[in-house]
Design a protein. Structure first.
Length: 96
């Protein structure tokens, strides 16, 4: 696969460097931070901010600490010493 120089229109011969992940729910491609911020600004100024509402985990102090809960697409890493209840807490969060 080759890429095309935007100014000259000539093929550069170098492989295309972007990746794409196709899933049943659509495709994912890399986006710049500027693109993400512009989309966020557009959604918030037009009143479409439902997808940014947090989903409470059911643990009051934890929800308060992380801003009300998890938002779609977020990942939370729970760490601690062996035997402190990380798995139990994760299972309880999954059950709610």
């Amino acid at each position: 696969m080759t890429t095309t120089d935007k100014q000259t229109g000539a093929e550069t011969g170098s492989p295309q460097r972007s990746w794409r992940l196709d899933t049943d729910n659509g495709s994912m491609v890399p986006r710049s931070a500027l693109d993400v911020l512009v989309d966020l600004n557009d959604n918030l100024t037009s009143g479409r901010f439902g997808e940014y509402q947090p989903v409470p985990l059911g643990f009051g102090l934890l929800d308060k600490t992380i801003g009300g809960g998890l938002r779609p697409g977020e990942l939370m890493l729970i760490g601690g010493a062996q035997g402190t209840g990380k798995t139990t807490m994760a299972l309880q969060m999954a059950a709610t």
